[in-house]
Design a protein around this ligand. Structure first.
Ligand SMILES: O=C(O)CCC(=O)/C=C/C=C(\O)C(=O)O
Length: 289
């Protein structure tokens, strides 16, 4: 997919595809930029109004400029992808959707970058399809489960739940102010864009609440299976993550076969956005060596 000579924007890279994978028969939305021999798929987090573009808009261009094809998948139940109620493991459901997307657009093997829920889903995909994963980059996610140090659900996860149940601008600001360490970077424009995304798909908001009621453990603890994953893995965690705490990163770096952990200071749950330049440099170096 070539976007040479075309500005890389959400609309210029926006695509739809029909997937059939197990019980999933649905339309997915994704963004597709660049034309390299190697493809990096980015998987977004689970907040209301999230999308591939909302989570990774500061990371696409540098990777495309370095020669990678970049695909952002909007998970089932988010943004312009079809709605779903998840009654089992949402990590596994997203992994099946990713397999369906890769089969449909002809991707054999990819590197995966996952943010939060996207990290849980990347690990689920690697467990189910090890031969189709090159390298993994996980931020603020990779396995569910309890933290021995931080009361759970964390304050950020509680704010996500409150926003899904009552999608107001005030609740949105409460949640987004906890995403990042430095809230001075959050603009009214950013709040408005996220609010518009969120309110444009009330079905997604309602389905998330129904899913959590049907199964509160949407992202199961796969700690006991981490040792099965041989893919080289870069873990990037915000020291000040108030959604998925740093000690989950310590569990991952201990359990995975080949993992390095980088802790960014003055950084919350959105490392790829809050410290985009350092994130992009670190990821490019990891992918190249
Ligand atoms: O519950 C979990 O472990 C995952 C929480 C999660 O995915 C939060 C993500 C938030 C965002 O990054 C977002 O909505 O943009």
């Amino acid at each position: 997919m070539s976007t040479e000579n075309t500005a890389i924007t959400e609309s210029s890279t926006s695509r739809f595809v029909r997937i059939k994978e197990g019980e999933l028969d649905m339309q997915l939305h994704y963004n597709d930029a660049g034309s390299g021999a190697q493809t990096v798929v980015m998987l977004h987090g689970s907040g209301p109004g999230a999308s591939g573009w909302a989570n990774f808009n500061r990371n696409v261009e540098p990777l495309v400029a370095a020669g990678y094809r970049v695909v952002l998948m909007d998970c089932p139940g988010w943004s312009k992808s079809d709605p779903v109620v998840s009654t089992g493991s949402r990590s596994d459901l997203n992994a099946r959707a990713l397999k369906g997307l890769m089969d449909a657009i002809g991707l054999d093997k990819v590197h995966l970058i996952g943010n939060s829920m996207g990290g849980h889903s990347a690990v689920a995909f690697a467990l189910a399809n090890p031969e189709r994963v090159g390298k993994l980059v996980l931020m603020g996610g990779g396995t569910g489960g309890l933290s021995p140090f931080v009361p759970m659900p964390t304050e950020g996860i509680k704010l996500i739940g409150a926003l899904y149940r009552d999608p107001t601008i005030d609740n949105l600001k409460r949640m987004m102010n906890v995403f990042v360490y430095d809230t001075s970077n959050l603009t009214e424009e950013l709040f408005q864009a996220r609010l518009d995304n969120m309110l444009s798909r009330r079905d997604h908001l309602e389905n998330f609440v129904k899913s959590a009621e049907a199964n509160p453990k949407q992202f199961p603890d796969v700690g006991h299976r981490l040792g099965e994953i041989a893919a080289p893995t870069l873990l990037i965690w915000g020291r000040d993550d108030r959604f998925v705490p740093l000690d989950i990163g310590l569990r991952l770096v201990t359990g995975l076969q080949k993992a390095d952990l980088h802790v960014f200071s003055r950084c919350g749950h959105w490392a790829q956005w809050e410290h985009a330049e350092k994130f992009n440099r670190t990821v490019l170096d990891f992918l190249a060596h």
